[in-house]
Design a protein around this ligand. Structure first.
Ligand code: AP5
Ligand code: MG
Length: 214
């Protein structure tokens, strides 16, 4: 099974990907996570992407498609892939078709997480993650069960993303509306798009996604 999770910043793509990995043994391919790892490791890709990401703009199609190409090729053929935050432009959507075909895979579902844009700023500015294992949390909607301790690995260190400020979030939303939303009609024509109400609780959204995959 190969699926795309599509939705604006803060829609819950990363949160729902983590659930799918746990419940179904799929692999999450998040270009955002790959780019943040490259920035941290100060690779040439990371150096090029850093300022672009901090402005909330999109990194070049060539860079992100190469990352997906490399990561997908390294996966066992029978493991399902979740594309989180990719594709984000028409050119990336075309690249993904080519990359999937090369790996003998096909796209089964595009799941669009529908959300109320006003709620997103709240979600994003409240987001933090474990500095050790990357587990995702939210100040009010999804805090660790024991304050100050990661549920997954027990670490006491947490961090926030440098692009999670209101002004940058607004640019990220504009980029989504202008460049990413227009790729949906192409998938609709292929009859593989399902919409899920992303405003429900995390478990409710997960249940709706599982119903589509079953
Ligand atoms: P990326 O990392 O992909 O960020 P994004 O698309 O802006 O999305 P987010 O990660 O902010 O949101 P999410 O939908 O994953 O929500 P989450 O689950 O965390 O990209 C970052 C940057 O990298 C881009 O701006 C760009 O520069 C670059 N980039 C990446 N991919 C690229 C590409 N393909 N092309 C070009 N450039 C690219 O949830 C958010 C918060 O809400 C969390 O705190 C969570 O706990 C909480 N939450 C989640 N679900 C719920 C719920 N149902 N109810 C209540 N709270 C919830
Ligand atoms: Mg994410």
């Amino acid at each position: 099974m190969n699926i795309i999770l599509l939705g604006p910043p803060g829609a819950g793509k990363g949160t729902q990907s983590a659930g799918l990995v746990e419940r179904h043994g799929m692999k999450q391919l998040s270009t955002g996570d790959m780019l943040r790892a490259a920035v941290k490791a100060q690779t040439p890709v990371g150096m090029e992407a850093k300022a672009v990401m901090e402005r909330g703009e999109l990194v070049s199609d060539q860079i992100v498609s190469s990352l997906i190409d490399e990561n997908l090729a390294a996966m066992p053929g029978d493991q399902g892939a979740i594309f989180d935050g990719y594709p984000r432009t028409g050119a990336q959507a075309a690249d993904l078709d080519r990359i999937l075909e090369k790996n003998g895979r096909k796209l089964d579902h595009v799941i669009e997480l529908g959300v109320d844009v006003d709620a997103l700023v709240e979600r994003i500015t409240g987001r933090f993650s474990c500095a050790n294992c990357g587990a995702l949390y939210h100040d009010t909607a999804n805090p660790p069960s024991k304050e100050g301790e990661c549920d997954v690995c027990g670490s006491h260190e947490f961090k926030r993303r440098p692009d999670d400020y209101e002004e940058t979030v607004r640019t990220r939303m504009d980029e989504y509306r202008a460049k990413t939303a227009p790729i949906l009609p192409g998938y609709e024509a292929r009859r593989i798009v399902s919409r899920v109400d992303g405003m429900g609780g995390i478990d409710e959204v997960a249940g709706a996604i599982d119903a589509i995959l079953s």
